[in-house]
Design a binder for this molecule. Structure first.
Ligand SMILES: CC(C)(COP(=O)(O)OP(=O)(O)OC[C@H]1O[C@@H](n2cnc3c(N)ncnc32)[C@H](O)[C@@H]1OP(=O)(O)O)[C@@H](O)C(=O)NCCC(=O)NCCS
Length: 202
């Protein structure tokens, strides 16, 4: 399902602007179904190590089926938000519901923009939407050497335990504390508006 971004112009707001600690800014917005080019652009900006950390196996390219699965968002059970800067997508965070109140979370920020707080802003936005959609538990699988992800999941209260060489988490979560500079109210409004639109189209 694809909602054209031109329809965005009819809305009062179709993104949330976030001021970063380094003085820069990013725009956060929901990924819309079919936005394969956004997935590809972010994937191209990931180093081999970041791809390995994100997908947990060496991933030189995204297969067609992986692209379709990653773009198959519905605003409720599969939600992804994109961070944009200078008109370019630089990061994505998503959750995929795996149970009535449980979802798997995953995130990535292109190497050139890591360490600026973009990952935290994306995670804050997506977990805010998850909570609004009834998700109370998060699952994640992380490489033990992935300090940024371990930090981020720790700030959500997700407990991680080593299992077969990887850190696995499946626990209740709380919204990021301390919070990122994301306006959570604006995120909730935009997510609810898009979910209603997708439900109508679907
Ligand atoms: C994980 C990832 C999304 C974080 O994005 P980011 O924009 O760099 O994150 P932030 O700048 O918001 O930093 C988040 C936290 O991690 C810490 N951090 C960032 N890079 C770090 C690093 N290389 N080593 C240790 N800690 C790091 C930051 O200090 C911050 O913690 P703080 O708020 O307590 O200071 C990014 O590193 C990435 O894309 N990695 C590859 C893909 C991946 O690992 N995905 C997760 C698998 S689910």
């Amino acid at each position: 399902m694809y909602i054209s971004s031109t329809r965005c112009s009819t809305r009062p707001a179709c993104h949330v602007r976030v001021r970063l600690a380094d003085g820069g800014a990013v725009i956060l917005r929901p990924l819309r179904g079919g936005e394969i080019h956004v997935l590809e652009t972010v994937f191209e900006g990931l180093s081999a190590q970041s791809r390995q950390q994100r997908f947990l196996v060496p991933t030189p390219r995204l297969s067609g089926s992986a692209r379709r699965a990653l773009a198959d968002v519905d605003g409720r059970d599969h939600v992804a938000w994109v961070a944009m800067t200078d008109g370019e997508p630089v990061g994505i965070c998503r959750y995929v519901r795996t149970g009535p109140e449980t979802a798997e979370i995953a995130f990535e920020v292109v190497d050139a923009h890591q360490g600026r707080g973009i990952g935290s802003a994306l995670v804050d936005a997506v977990t805010t939407v998850a909570r609004a959609n009834g998700i109370t538990r998060l699952e994640a699988t992380v490489d033990p050497g992935n300090r940024a992800s371990v930090t981020m999941l720790g700030r959500l209260g997700v407990r991680l335990a080593m299992d077969d060489g990887l850190l696995e988490g499946n626990s209740a979560f709380s919204l990021l504390d301390p919070p990122s500079p994301v306006d959570r109210g604006a995120v909730r409004s935009l997510a609810a508006e898009l979910a209603a639109e997708l439900a109508t189209v679907g």
